[in-house]
Design a protein around this ligand. Structure first.
Ligand code: ADP
Ligand code: MG
Length: 657
C-alpha cells in the first residue's frame, strides 16, 4: 500500500546571481490520505518551498517526489497542471483572488481548466454556502474583508472536490477572530476526509492539526503525530491516480475557448482607454486602406465607363509597323487602305459587325473673326455608332452626304466653345481649311484621354475629308467593330490574313498593324496595380505600427498580471491555456480595431462621395482583407507576449511583486 505523498531526500536550491540559497536540504517525508499536517518553522526555514514542491508548483532539484507512488519527475508540465486542477486546492496567504471578477466567478474559475462541460455556477454557490458567503457572490473581492476573501479562496480551492488542500499561511494576514473562522472551516473539511497540508508559524494555528512538522534551515527538525488518529482506511489505489492524471485531457474543451473570450472582453473593457489607444494604429490603417481602396475602385469604374464610351470591341487597322524598327528593314513599306478594303472586312460576317474607313489631319477652323486649330476626322457612316459620337444636339451624316462629299461638319464641344462661346452653332457656316462647311451637329462630350482632349475634334464625311480638305487618296485607317468581345483575337487574325492575301504579303510583313482596346485596358490595369501596391504598402506599414502597439501593451499586460498567471497555473491552467488567453485578447483587440476601422473607412468614403463628389466604390474584398489582416496582426504580435506569459513558472509568477 502506497502513501498519498512521499518525499525522498528532496533538495531545492535557489540561485541569485553568484550566491545560492539552500531552501531544502534533504527532506524525506510521507503523508497519508486524511492527514491534517501543519508545517511549522521560523521565517526562511523552507516551509513554502516544501509546500510548493508538494503542490506541484515547483520541482525538486534533487531527490524524488512520488504521488500515489508515481515519480513526479516523469510527469509532463501539462500532466502536473492537470493534477493541480483535479487533486489539489490551494489557499495562499495573499488570497490571490482576481479583482475584476465577481466572487462566484472567482470560485468557479478552476473549472475553465477542468475540461468539463457546464458553467458550474450552482456548484460555486454551494461552495460559497460552505464558507457562509453565498450572499456576497456578486460582489468583487475588493468589497470584502481579508477574512472573507480568504473564505472565498477556500471555496475556490474546494470547487474541484480536491483530495488535498495546500494552505500557505492561510491566516497570516488575518486577525485572531478571522483566523479562528478559517481554521474551523479547514477542520471541518478535514473531518469530511480531506487531506490538509498547511504552513504556519503560529503555535495556536498548528494546534488544529493532527501532525506537526517542524523545519529549520531546510531540514525537518521534528515530526509529531497526535495519538489516536486512525488512518487505516487512508491508503490510495493506483487506479485512482490514473483517473486523476488522465482525467480531463481528452474531455470537452470548447468551453475553455468561450471562457477565454469572456475573459478577454472583460480585460479589454477593464482598460478601455488603454485598449483603444493601442488599437488606434490598426484602426487608422484599416480605415485609410478602406477609404483609399474605395477611391481607387471608384476611379477605375469611372475610367471603365469612359472606355465604354469610346466604343467597345474596337480594332484599329493602320498602315505602318506597330514596333519601331531600324530603317534597314523596309521602313518605307506602309500599307494603304481603300474603301474596297473596308467592304472586304465587312464581309467577314461572323466576326465583324461593322467597319468604317477614317482619315485624319489637321485643320484650321474659322468662324467670323475667331479661328481655332483642331483635328479633322473624316468618318464613314458607321463611325458614329461604332465610336459613340452620334450627336446629342443636331444629327449625324446621311449616307448620301458621305457619297456626295457633302460639306457638313460635326464639331466637338471644345471647338464649339472656342468658336461660338455660348451661342448656338447649329446651321452656322464655318471655314475648314478655307472651305465652307455647315455645322449639323455637336459630338457628345468625352473628356480627356490622357493628355489628349477628345472633344477638340471636327468630324466630316470621309470622302469630303480625303478629296476636298486633306487631299489624300487613301484612307488613314479602318475602324472595325468585332461582333463580340470573345472574338477579338480571332477577328484580328482574320483581318490580317485577308489583307496579306489581297496584297500578297509575307507572313512577317509589318506594313500594317491592328490594335485593340485591350492595350488601353492593360495600361489602365497596370496603373491600378501600381495603386494597389501603394495602398498595400501603406496598409502593411500601418498594420506593422499598429501591431507593435498591440505587442507593447500585451507585454505590459503580461507583466501586470504575472501573479494572476501564477494563480491560474496553480489552479490547473496549462501552458496552452495561458497562451490562448493572451492570444484571444490581442486578436480581440486587433479585430475590434479593424472593425471600427472598416466602419470609419466606409464613413470617410461616403463623406468624400457626398461632399466632394468623388467617385467611390467600397468593395467587399477590401473589408474582408482588412479584417483578416488585422486578425493576423493580432496573432503575430500577440504570440510573443502570450508565449512569455505561458512560459512563466507558477511559483515565480505567484511570488512576483
Ligand atoms: P518560509 O516559507 O519558511 O519562510 P521559504 O521556503 O519561502 O521560507 O524560503 C526558504 C529560503 O529560500 C529563504 O532563505 C528564501 O530567502 C529563499 N528563497 C525562497 N524563494 C526564493 C527565490 N525564488 N529566489 C531566491 N531565494 C528564495
Ligand atoms: Mg513562506
Amino acid at each position: 500500500m502506497k502513501p498519498l505523498l512521499e518525499l525522498v531526500d528532496v533538495h531545492r536550491t535557489y540561485r541569485i546571481g553568484e550566491s545560492t540559497v539552500n531552501a531544502l536540504c534533504g527532506v524525506s517525508l510521507t503523508i497519508d490520505r486524511g492527514e491534517f499536517v501543519a508545517v511549522m518553522g521560523s521565517s526562511g526555514s523552507g516551509k513554502s518551498s516544501l509546500l510548493h514542491i508538494l503542490g506541484l508548483l515547483d520541482n525538486p532539484d534533487k531527490g524524488e517526489y512520488r504521488i500515489f507512488g508515481n515519480n513526479v519527475n516523469n510527469l509532463s508540465e501539462d500532466e502536473k497542471a492537470g493534477l493541480r486542477n483535479n487533486v489539489a486546492g490551494f489557499v495562499f496567504q495573499q488570497f490571490h483572488l482576481l479583482k475584476r471578477m465577481t466572487i462566484v466567478d472567482n470560485v468557479r474559475l478552476p473549472h475553465i481548466y477542468s475540461g468539463l462541460k457546464g458553467d458550474f455556477r450552482h456548484e460555486a454557490i454551494e461552495r460559497l454556502k460552505l464558507v457562509g458567503l453565498e450572499k456576497r457572490m456578486d460582489h468583487t473581492p475588493s468589497q470584502l474583508s481579508g477574512g472573507e476573501q480568504q473564505r472565498v479562496a477556500i471555496a475556490r480551492a474546494l470547487i474541484r472536490d480536491p483530495l488535498i488542500i495546500f494552505a500557505d499561511e492561510p491566516t497570516g494576514n488575518l486577525d485572531t477572530k478571522n483566523s479562528g473562522e478559517i481554521m474551523k472551516i479547514l477542520k471541518g473539511l478535514h473531518d469530511e476526509g480531506k487531506t490538509i497540508i498547511m504552513v504556519t508559524h503560529e503555535q495556536e494555528i498548528a494546534a488544529w492539526a493532527g501532525r506537526v512538522i517542524t523545519m529549520r534551515d531546510g531540514v525537518i527538525l521534528a515530526d509529531d503525530r497526535k495519538a489516536g488518529l486512525d488512518l487505516s482506511a487512508a491508503t490510495v489505489q493506483e487506479s485512482e491516480f490514473q483517473t486523476h492524471l488522465v482525467g480531463n485531457s481528452t474531455l470537452w474543451r470548447n468551453g475553455r475557448f468561450t471562457g477565454f473570450m469572456a475573459q478577454a472582453v472583460q480585460s479589454i473593457l477593464a482598460n478601455k482607454m488603454r485598449s483603444f489607444l493601442s488599437v488606434l494604429g490598426i484602426l487608422v490603417g484599416v480605415a485609410s486602406v478602406i477609404a483609399m481602396m474605395a477611391l481607387g475602385e471608384g476611379a477605375k469604374a469611372a475610367m471603365q465607363e469612359d472606355l465604354k464610351s469610346m466604343g467597345s470591341n474596337m480594332l484599329s487597322v493602320r498602315g505602318g509597323s506597330a514596333k519601331i524598327r531600324g530603317a534597314a528593314q523596309g521602313a518605307g513599306a506602309v500599307a494603304r487602305f481603300t474603301f474596297k478594303d473596308v467592304d472586304d472586312i465587312v464581309l467577314l460576317r461572323s466576326l465583324v459587325k461593322n467597319a468604317s474607313g477614317v482619315v485624319n489631319g489637321g485643320g484650321r477652323i474659322v468662324y467670323g473673326n475667331k479661328n481655332w486649330s483642331s483635328t479633322v476626322t473624316g468618318a464613314g457612316y458607321e463611325y458614329g455608332t461604332m465610336r459613340a459620337v452620334m450627336p446629342t444636339v443636331g444629327r449625324w451624316f446621311t449616307p448620301e452626304e458621305i457619297q456626295t462629299r457633302e460639306k457638313s461638319a460635326i464639331i466637338g464641344v471644345t471647338v464649339a466653345k472656342e468658336l461660338f462661346g455660348s451661342s448656338n452653332p447649329l446651321g452656322k457656316t464655318v471655314k475648314i481649311n478655307r472651305i465652307n462647311f455647315k455645322v449639323i451637329g455637336i459630338a457628345p462630350a468625352k473628356g480627356f484621354s490622357g493628355p489628349q482632349d477628345e472633344d477638340d475634334v471636327v468630324i466630316i464625311p470621309v470622302t469630303t475629308a480625303m478629296y476636298r480638305v486633306l487631299g489624300k487618296e487613301y484612307l488613314g485607317g479602318i475602324f472595325v467593330e468585332v461582333s463580340e468581345s470573345g472574338k477579338i483575337d480571332q477577328a484580328k487574325k482574320a483581318i490580317t490574313d485577308l489583307i496579306r492575301k489581297k496584297r500578297r504579303l509575307k507572313d512577317d510583313d509589318d506594313s500594317f498593324n491592328i490594335r485593340d482596346m485591350t492595350e488601353i485596358q492593360k495600361m489602365l490595369s497596370s496603373t491600378t496595380q501600381t495603386m494597389s501596391l501603394l495602398l498595400g504598402s501603406i496598409a502593411a506599414i500601418s498594420l506593422l505600427v499598429g501591431g507593435i502597439g498591440i505587442m507593447n501593451i500585451m507585454l505590459v499586460s503580461v507583466t501586470e498580471r504575472t501573479r494572476e498567471i501564477g494563480l491560474r497555473k496553480a489552479i490547473g491552467a496549462r501552458k496552452n491555456d495561458i497562451m490562448m488567453q493572451f492570444l484571444v485578447e490581442s486578436v480581440g483587440m486587433t479585430i475590434s480595431g479593424g472593425f471600427i476601422g472598416v466602419l470609419t473607412g466606409i464613413g470617410i468614403s461616403m463623406v468624400l462621395s457626398i461632399f466632394a463628389g468623388w467617385a467611390v466604390k467600397t468593395s467587399l474584398i477590401s473589408v474582408v482583407l482588412a479584417t483578416l489582416f488585422s486578425a493576423l496582426t493580432g496573432i503575430f504580435f500577440g504570440l510573443w507576449p502570450a508565449r512569455k506569459a505561458a512560459e512563466l513558472k507558477p511559483v515565480e509568477a505567484l511570488r512576483y511583486e
